[in-house]
Design a protein around this ligand. Sequence first.
Ligand SMILES: Cc1ncc(COP(=O)(O)O)c(C=O)c1O
Length: 400
Amino acid sequence: MATLIEAASPHQMNTYGRVPIALSHGQGCRVWDVNGKSYLDGLGGIAVNTLGHNHPKLVPALQDQIAKIIHSSNYYHVPNGEKLAAKLVELSGLTNVFFCCTGLEANEAALKLARKYGHDKGIERPEIVVYEKAFHGRSIATLSATGNEKVQKGFGPLVEGFIRVPLNDIEALKKATEGNPNVVAVFFETIQGEGGVNPTRIEYLQQLRQLCDERDWLMMIDEVQCGMGRTGKWFAHQWAGIKPDVMPLAKGLGSGVPIGAVVAGPKAAQIFQPGNHGTTFGGNPLAMRAGVETIRIMEEDGLLENAAKVGAHLRAALQRELGSLPQLKEIRGQGLMLGVELTRPCGALVNRAAEAGLLISVTADTVIRLVPPLIMTTTDADELVGILAPLVRQFLAENP
Ligand SMILES: Cc1ncc(COP(=O)(O)O)c(C=O)c1O
């Protein structure tokens, strides 16, 4: 059966190199395209579909909400917004939340918090430490914080006030900021997603926490991709037993309904005052219900434990099937956020996997990224590896 569709979006701007399929519906970890072909979902809408597709507890709750009220505006209180904020405070150990709609918006809010934190202390030109290979979004400020020239190319002049350092090198950070009184924050992902699934080491996180305390900097951790249970803890930095001062979230928080949040601790929670920040759709009743229900279902169904268990199983199976290939550089990540790095670019695998009935992504040119729904089972994981491993072997045989 023909499953590929060609040049399907001639009226949309040419912003995405799309896989030539159109998805029509899903169930659990499986989706179907408009031609009826089924795919195992190893991508989860890029770490978004926490509960998979058509979840039997989420869908009725969202239907109920849509029939009641979708949007009301921030002129008014939204009871589920307070409920979700309280839950995020409980899970993170932080104190207050601002809601928005996307990851970049959450990161913009974090950057504004850091700048105002500086201004409130009398620092007129605040600077923020950011990282090589980081990805924080595609607005002008967040692409300036991003450590990828491809993302920045053509959009200069970039926003100033960023100091870039390599990941996991505390001495490099100390050197880059030595004697600089304008530094107000460090901003990074616990596991870099788009940059190639690069984990920040636990000792580095702990050293960084100490340095931020000593120097009165905000520790701002972008958990947009690695947060919300994906690594087996609610937030990936919790593996290091530390707390950030500011934590942007998005992606998996609403299991597919657009939502973003910035969670802040005592050092940052009171910085914004009325009129400093806002967004029309942020915190709307539909998104808030999606967040409340996503977390409730994750707790009821033990999805953190599942992410840890199935992630370990998936990683072991990948290691078993691919570990001996000379072109395999490394398998890394945690829980259900895994990267398989090859020694050569492998973007072509995305379409080949789709043809074979599997959705994946390739990031940073050489890294196969797996960020499936957190409901994935070990049987699904075995099926995933059963499809992916032969494709990788064949691809490498053709492209040594
Ligand atoms: C770590 C991280 N931060 C921010 C973003 C941007 O999120 P959004 O695409 O929702 O703006 C992404 C998206 O991939 C991300 O992975």
